[in-house]
Design a protein around this ligand. Sequence first.
Ligand SMILES: [Zn+2]
Length: 62
Amino acid sequence: MDRQEALTATPPGLRRRVWCQECGRELTDPESRRRRLGPECDPDTRTSHTRHDADQDPIPGL
Ligand SMILES: [Zn+2]
């Protein structure tokens, strides 16, 4: 049984590892890896889809 060790090639399924520039944690989600910043260190919050709808128009006539 002769098997060649293909250590030169990147193992399939293993992507390039990216760490947070701020705290050094490994980033797993694509958005964080692209920014090289973890969600906890990224000043630009991206997960908050909740907005404060404080200025909703009151329905007149009720
Ligand atoms: Zn971080």
